[in-house]
Design a binder for this molecule. Sequence first.
Ligand SMILES: Cc1ncc(COP(=O)(O)O)c(C=O)c1O
Length: 341
Amino acid sequence: MNFRSDNEAPINDLILQAIVDANQGFEESYGYDNYSTLFTEKCQQLFQSWCEVLPLTTGTAANSIAMTLACPPYGSILCHEHSHMNEDECGAPEFFTAGAKLIPMPGKHGKMDLDYLDQYLAGAGVHGEHESLPSVISITQCTEAGTLYSLKELETLKTIKQKYKLSLHMDGARFANALVSLNCSAAELTWQAGIDLLSFGATKNGAMMAEALVVFNPDLTKQIKRLRKRSGHLISKMRFISSQLNAYLKDDLWLKLAQHANLMAATFKLQTNTNIEFIHQVEANEVFCRLPISLIKHLKSLGFEFHVWPGHDDVIRLVFSHATQLDQVEKLVNTINHYSN
Ligand SMILES: Cc1ncc(COP(=O)(O)O)c(C=O)c1O
């Protein structure tokens, strides 16, 4: 029973079938296929805006190419200290940008402290050319703590971005989970909230290595295609990525899959004993909770798989996915409740 990661979940059947359906004869390569054209059209409809769209195979590539577009080598990227870009991409954003500096920002529950961010930016520049030029703010939505920036918090971020003339990037590895939880439109959650670039994830929510970089700000798209090629991410048989992304969006499949994942997490929260401490609010498909170490060992011995959070032997992360089954959640809940009673 896997609660370790949505990366470990299988591919959704309809998405897998879309790959098979796309496997007919020959198609133009390197993004000039009909599936990729259709995906761009679908994104423009979904976001109700012009946008440049790059289908990609990893979220790290989407984040890193986004940073290349928004940040010069002498620039800096403001991101949460525990963001994927800062902790889990092995320096890829720095590498792609030819040396831009990541500036980790503090903040509770996976979200940047926006007052701190504002103060930091107000103080930037005193060292003149000796310091990197703040160029882009990157947020993760849903955050690595499974929480969400509310639309109001995004409004504050937009004000900060405008005040200091920065770009705003959203790492949306779990964008669908955020969207269904906030119950707003894709436009409201992105360019209307000041987002210039979105890493639009699909892999965790049912696709097979299918992500996209969506750029809403035309000023940032200069030589975007060359930058993609130069980074080794221009996929020759792009139809097999784009066909997945089309199936992902078709008939709101992506929203249904995310709704299911979020519902499984909410069910877990609702049904577990009230004396369990939840470290962060459960707002999407990830749950962090504190359990007795003996119970953690017991759960592992019964075959429940999850991560014990590094540095916290009594904190576990549970990730619920599009493929998590209700009976598995119930088994987990019952085991925990029985043990804690
Ligand atoms: C928040 C977040 N961003 C980006 C990624 C990028 O993932 P990958 O490069 O493994 O596709 C992940 C993967 O776990 C993630 O959780």
